[in-house]
Design a binder for this molecule. Structure first.
Ligand SMILES: [Cu+2]
Length: 164
């Protein structure tokens, strides 16, 4: 039992530690429409220098056509306050693009849709770090999670990603 716990925590560390998690190769079939991002604006990402899953998410966004500028800091609190992240709705990294906040492991497809539809709100968040979200790959495991649209008053479900 103890051994299992050790293995589990080692997996968690591997998923978001100093090393990048193993990422399955994305095939061309996953990327229709020639990878054209919905915007040519720069995605500004704030993350701690040692956050492996944050780096994996940055790679995911780049693979989907986003130009990314990474700012490394060990003190994300002021950034999260500026972003207006509600208590309990935060995650590991915080990003800004075209007037919106992108918090945590939000899939590029949701950011594409956000920028195309431009709904009222501060931005999107995936609270916590669900396994199977972009940058949080752990083998074939996929936890179900919601991408939330948030503003100062609360959140609404923007999209649902099914688990397995
Ligand atoms: Cu993370």
């Amino acid at each position: 039992m103890k051994k299992l716990l050790v293995v589990l925590s080692a997996l968690l560390i591997a998923a978001c530690g100093e090393d990048k998690p193993a990422q399955p190769e994305t095939t061309a079939a996953d990327k229709p429409a020639a990878q054209v991002a919905a915007t040519d604006k720069v995605l500004e990402v704030y993350k701690s220098p040692t956050c492996g899953c944050c780096g994996a998410w940055v790679d995911h966004m780049k693979e989907n056509g986003y130009t990314v500028e990474v700012h490394e800091t060990d003190n994300l609190q002021p950034i999260k306050e500026k972003a207006g992240i509600l208590p309990g709705a935060g995650s590991c990294h915080t990003a800004f693009i075209d007037g919106y906040v992108i918090e945590g492991h939000v899939p590029a497809s949701d950011v594409d849709r956000l920028l195309a539809e431009r709904p009222q709100g501060k931005g999107l968040t995936v609270p916590g770090m669900p396994v199977g979200s972009p940058g949080m790959e752990m083998g074939d495991r996929m936890d179900a999670y919601d991408v939330l649209l948030f503003d100062e008053n609360g959140t609404a479900v923007f999209s649902h990603h099914a688990g397995n």
